[in-house]
Ligand binder design. Structure first.
Ligand SMILES: Cc1cc2nc3c(=O)[nH]c(=O)nc-3n(C[C@H](O)[C@H](O)[C@H](O)COP(=O)(O)O)c2cc1C
Length: 201
């Protein structure tokens, strides 16, 4: 077990759920953790720093059934700036929908990257309901599974873990509808407006 480099691949890094998940991970990992957010300007530097660690944990959200574009750019940069020592790559991915398996394609993308570039593959936690779970009574489920992830990485006994809120889909949909409609109201946006493609307008 060595020190671990945690890289946040969320585009809203400082306000992201991923940052909160990384913090929970750090509290539960017994060795030192170094946390950095991937930005447009620090990518080559991060590639160099990777050499110093036995493990790296990518913490990021699912975006459009895939990786956030900033993380994709980082992987492209990493391909051309491979570190001398390649750390074992673990993943903590969260998605907005209830089903953790929504994250499977994104995990496969990272694993393909690892295989092509000679990075050992470590553990994975796929979290469903990742936007909501930390603000809900089911926060303990997220914490419990992040702790499990930390143990797997520390022991080298790698596993893939899935977790989500224990709710039926219809109830989750109802709650999500209510939450996002209220959230839109705070910014003067109606539900109808949110259902259009004009989100940037
Ligand atoms: C542009 C965008 C695309 C998203 N695409 C998906 C998706 O395809 N499936 C899903 O379950 N959640 C999706 N989400 C929800 C995020 O994965 C979820 O809100 C997550 O908690 C955000 O994490 P972050 O705060 O670390 O960025 C999307 C969110 C945004 C903003």
């Amino acid at each position: 077990m060595g020190n671990i480099f945690i890289l946040n691949g969320s585009p809203r890094a400082s306000k992201s759920n991923s940052k909160q998940y990384a913090e929970i991970f750090s509290k539960n990992y017994l060795q030192e953790t170094i946390y950095k957010a991937i930005s447009k300007t620090n990518q080559v530097q991060l590639c160099r720093e990777l050499s110093h660690y036995s493990d790296v944990l990518f913490v990021f959200p699912l975006y459009a059934d895939a990786l956030p574009v900033g993380l994709l750019h980082f992987l492209k940069t990493l391909e051309t700036n491979l570190p001398e020592h390649k750390p074992t790559v673990s993943i903590l991915i969260n998605c907005g929908f209830l089903e953790p398996e929504q994250n499977e394609v994104a995990v496969k993308i990272i694993h393909l990257f690892c295989r092509r570039n000679g990075f050992p593959i470590g553990s994975t936690l796929m979290l469903g309901s990742g936007e909501a779970i930390l603000k809900s009574p089911f926060k303990y489920i997220a914490i419990r599974n992040i702790r499990k992830l930390a143990k797997c990485i520390a022991s080298g006994n790698h596993q893939t873990i899935q977790a989500t809120m224990p709710l039926p889909k219809f109830l989750f949909r109802l709650a999500a509808n209510k939450y996002w409609t209220k959230y839109g109201q705070k910014f003067g946006i109606t539900k109808k407006q949110m259902q259009t493609m004009e989100t940037e307008g």
